[in-house]
Write a protein that binds this ligand. Structure first.
Ligand code: SF4
Length: 175
């Protein structure tokens, strides 16, 4: 996997103060994407064991309440296995910290498909706490950011993962 950016103290991409990883590469190419430099899977920087260890250590602070994965596309075939592995490490070390994933896949895409990569995508969200789903749609942009927090267009949802699995239906995250 390759990555674009690490934010060690991020207040924009999830509730509270967090650490964020912007992975590199996205197939969706949404019109109006805020982060087009992350589309190229060959761009950014190599994700090495050393970088991973440093990233995981960044979360080991009491004021860090969450770790967010965005991009780029964290659940792309090229990225999902590595993201899954990082989240497993984080959950073992810091079970109380929330994992947020921002993805262009919809919840329904992830739940209902059946390839090996789909299975890894499903296991990855099952380990997470919050999923912001769906591609950015410029014609549904929420310019005033009044109706949607953390996402850019009204079709995107911020989903409570545990409650959604429990209810067998999408449950939105209640701040
Ligand atoms: S899914 Fe996200 S990163 Fe990918 S093109 Fe759409 S807005 Fe950009």
């Amino acid at each position: 996997m390759r990555y674009s950016l690490i934010r060690k103290m991020d207040i924009s991409n999830g509730s509270g103060i967090g650490v964020s990883l912007f992975v590199q590469g996205c197939h969706f190419h949404c019109k109006g994407c805020f982060n087009q430099e992350t589309w190229d899977f060959n761009g950014g920087y190599e994700w090495t064991q050393e970088i991973e260890d440093k990233f995981i250590a960044l979360a080991n602070k009491p004021y860090i309440k969450r770790i967010s994965f965005l991009g780029g596309e964290p659940l792309a075939d090229e990225n999902v296995e590595t993201v899954f592995y990082i989240i497993k490490r984080l959950k073992l070390l810091y079970p109380e910290k929330k994992i947020w994933i921002f993805t262009g896949y919809t919840w329904e895409n992830i739940i209902h498909q059946t390839s090996q990569n789909d299975l890894t995508r499903l296991m990855t969200i099952a380990l997470s706490d919050i999923v912001a789903d769906g591609q950015f749609q410029i014609d549904k942009q929420d310019i005033n950011h009044k109706k949607v927090l953390w996402v850019g267009s009204l079709n995107q949802r911020v989903i409570d993962v545990k409650m959604s699995f429990k209810n067998n239906d999408v449950v939105l995250y209640n701040i």
